[in-house]
Design a protein around this ligand. Sequence first.
Ligand code: G3D
Ligand code: MG
Length: 177
Amino acid sequence: MTTRNPIFKVALIGEGGVGKTSIAVRYTEDRFDQQMKMTIGVNFATKKVQVENSEITLLIWDLGGQPRFQDVVMDYFRGSKIGIAVYEVSRSFTMHRLDDWISRLHSSVPNCDIFLVGNKIDERLPGMGVSLEEAQEYAKKYNAQVFEVSAKTGQGVPEMFNAVGKFLADRYVKPQF
Ligand code: G3D
Ligand code: MG
């Protein structure tokens, strides 16, 4: 079977305000809006990732984080291959709230793989918030890779999506001989 340029659905999840939309915009358009509009419903973006010999397309679903949308977004998880679970490194409750988001995602897609992403590292104060070690400890129960990023400066964002691409290619794309 040759699968050229397969498309994978990636769902951004996490509390409102942690920077999901900003991460998607930084990655797909390489820009940052200081005044990001609150996401109503769902935004989509696509981007091709080159992984060794294969090119894959990420279809990035950016789900609204506001509580009143949570029931609505449940349906949109369907078919996700990766959940990018975003928290804000300076606000540890946003990481712990991810249990809820991940269980919602898993109730729709039971074995969906998780990446744990700490955003806004440009704002981190030494000794405050969530350390990388704490995030890695938290990530164990989801067998998730951890990345720390800043949508504002762009730090870590391409590396994180490249790792998502590589993970998907390793898992789902058969070698072509
Ligand atoms: P959401 O989609 O998860 O709800 P947004 O989050 O992308 O809308 O971002 C929420 C706020 O955080 C926005 O500010 C945005 O500019 C800011 N933000 C996002 N990423 C970063 C980052 O990496 N660093 C910093 N310092 N700020 C970030 P406003 O002021 O519009 O609420
Ligand atoms: Mg948003």
